[in-house]
Design a protein around this ligand. Structure first.
Ligand SMILES: [Zn+2]
Length: 316
């Protein structure tokens, strides 16, 4: 559902800052009243972001605000929360908070030592930050007490009016549950994942590690997943799949560098694939998740939208 601000025709005659802000506030209110996701489109500098925080202050509703960059949270949202007397908390961010990483001049993060490189490798294989730290207790960030990243994970969301994070924080239900969720800017590409040619290796590494499916590799899966005699095994594997379609067990057990927690999702994409007329492959994976295979690059891309169903469906 889109809520459009058709400012030009309605306001052009007598356009004042106050009128724009008033109209903005109406649109934001309307967006929160909808029982579905609302997209608010408005001109830059019309105050959509500030207006969202002001709405939280005016209504007393708890909010989780997710921005594309930490700098926006630093420079805009934290000061606005202060201005409107709202208690806010920055959600834990692996690279930003963990002392095993240091910021580069380009704005990225790099490991400070070899153990930090191991932390990073495991994290990039899809293991969550908490487990990564548990696997590498000798990391520098854990030598003088708990790593600041881990410390920052433990808190009661109810104690804060506004939680401030980036798009990937939308995947943590505890930080969304019962709160109004605002995405600053458009998060579309943030929820796409492409393995850039690694999908075959990821699936092969998974199939070699598990016993539930009768395939030895990606190629074997591709050739035989429609065979009659494997359908029972596939159905049984699908029944036992964790709803998140991720699996960290095989990642922890295997020494294969290609392992990834998203391997079950990628395997399911191959099993469920349907061919489109333009030669692309397409798979529906449940809970809004989709996968497509680009026949030119042979790359799978996954759409993994966060489940925000635990946020309020409608403003009371
Ligand atoms: Zn750490």
């Amino acid at each position: 559902m889109s809520v459009e601000s058709s400012t030009l025709t309605e306001l052009a005659g007598d356009l004042t800052k106050e009128k724009i802000w008033s109209y903005r506030d109406e649109i934001i209110q309307l967006g929160f009243e909808l029982s579905e996701v609302a997209l608010i489109e408005a001109l830059p500098a019309s105050g959509k972001s500030r207006g969202s925080i002001q709405w939280a202050a005016d209504t007393g509703n708890k909010m989780t605000l997710l921005a594309p960059r930490h700098s926006l949270l630093d420079e805009e949202y934290e000061p606005w929360c202060d201005k409107f007397d709202l208690t806010s908390r920055r959600l834990a961010s692996f690279y930003r908070d963990c002392e095993s990483f240091t910021k580069t001049d380009e704005g990225g993060y790099e490991p400070i030592d070899p153990v930090a490189e191991d932390l990073m490798d495991d994290y990039q294989q899809g293991i969550d930050g908490k487990h990564v730290h548990a696997q590498h207790r000798d990391s520098t960030c854990q030598q003088d007490g708990e790593c600041p990243y881990l410390e920052n994970l433990s808190f009661d969301p109810d104690e804060y009016d506004v939680l401030l994070g980036t798009y990937r924080h939308a995947h943590v239900e505890e930080w969304i549950d019962g709160r109004y969720v605002v995405f600053d800017e458009f998060p579309g590409s943030a929820f796409l994942k492409t393995f850039n040619g690694d999908t075959e290796d990821i699936i092969s590494a998974y199939l070699q590690e598990i016993d539930d499916l009768p395939f030895s590799s990606y190629r074997d899966l591709l050739r035989h997943h429609r065979d009659k005699d494997v359908q029972d095994d596939i159905e049984s594997w699908k029944t036992n799949l964790h709803e998140s379609l991720t699996d960290s067990t095989h990642v922890r057990q295997s020494t294969n560098p290609s392992v990834h927690t998203m391997a079950p999702l990628a395997t399911l994409a191959v099993i469920e694939e349907e061919s489109l007329e333009n030669d692309w492959q397409y798979s529906i994976l449940g809970n809004g998740r989709r996968a497509v295979l680009n026949p030119n690059s042979n790359n799978w891309t996954f759409l993994l939208p966060p489940d925000v169903s635990s946020a309020p469906r409608k403003w009371p």
